[in-house]
Design a protein around this ligand. Structure first.
Ligand SMILES: [Zn+2]
Length: 197
C-alpha cells in the first residue's frame, strides 16, 4: 500500500505492544516529517539500548554493566530483598521511595497452565544470595493475580523454613491487575503495611 520502506516501518511498529495499525501508520508518517537528526536519535536509542543493556548478575534487573544501579548503590540495606516478577516492577516500587533494600527479579510468576513451574523462575538464584548477602527478610511484591498469589505462597513455603521473615505487600492493591497500575501512595501504604506470609 505504501512505499516499501514506509510499509516496513509500519509493520515493525505495529508489532509493538499497544500499537495498532492506525497508530503505526500515524507514527511512521510523523517520523517522515521530523528532522533527520531526530529520527536518527530514535533509531540509535533503540540500537544502543539493545547493545548496552543486559541483566544484573545479582538481582536480574536490567543493567548496563555486571551490576544494576541498585546493586551498585552501597547505601542500600542488604538484609531486605523485595521479590518482583519483572524488572519494570522495580521502577514501580522505587517510585514509592519507601523501600531502601535490594531486589530480586524472578522472571515471571508460577503458572502451571502455561508450563511455568519453579524451575523456570529464579528461586535457586535467590537461595544462593541468602548467606553471602546476609538476607533476613523477603518482601514479596508479585502481582495481585492468581499466579502472583501462588508465587507468594511458594516463596513463603520455601524460604520461611530457612529462617527468613517473609512478608507480602498489604492488600489495597487492585486485585487481578499489574503492580504498575497502582499509584505511588497506594503502593507505599501497601509496603509499610505488609503482612506476614
Ligand atoms: Zn541488581
Amino acid at each position: 500500500m505504501f512505499e516499501g520502506p514506509v510499509q516496513r516501518l509500519i509493520d515493525e511498529l505495529s508489532r509493538l505492544p499497544g500499537i495498532g495499525g492506525k497508530t503505526a501508520q500515524r507514527l511512521a508518517f510523523h517520523l517522515l516529517t521530523v528532522e533527520e537528526a531526530d529520527a536518527r536519535r530514535l533509531a540509535s536509542a533503540i540500537v544502543d539500548m539493545r547493545d548496552q543493556v543486559g541483566t544484573c548478575e545479582r538481582c536480574f534487573n536490567v543493567a548496563s554493566g555486571e551490576l544494576c544501579v541498585i546493586c551498585r548503590d552501597a547505601r542500600r540495606d542488604d538484609t531486605i530483598v523485595c521479590v518482583v516478577e519483572r524488572p519494570q516492577d522495580i521502577v514501580v516500587v522505587e517510585r514509592t521511595q519507601e523501600f531502601r533494600g535490594r531486589y530480586h527479579v524472578l522472571g515471571g510468576s508460577l503458572s502451571p497452565i502455561n508450563g511455568i513451574g519453579p524451575g523456570q523462575l529464579r528461586f535457586e538464584e535467590l537461595k544462593q544470595r541468602l548467606g553471602p548477602e546476609g538476607i533476613s527478610e523477603l518482601i514479596v511484591a508479585t502481582n495481585p493475580t492468581i499466579e502472583g498469589d501462588a508465587t507468594a505462597m511458594y516463596i513463603a513455603r520455601e524460604f520461611k523454613p530457612l529462617g527468613l521473615r517473609v512478608t507480602r505487600l498489604a492488600s489495597g492493591l487492585p486485585v487481578g491487575g499489574d503492580l504498575d497500575y497502582a499509584d505511588e501512595l497506594t503502593l507505599g501504604r501497601a509496603l509499610t503495611g505488609r503482612s506476614e506470609l
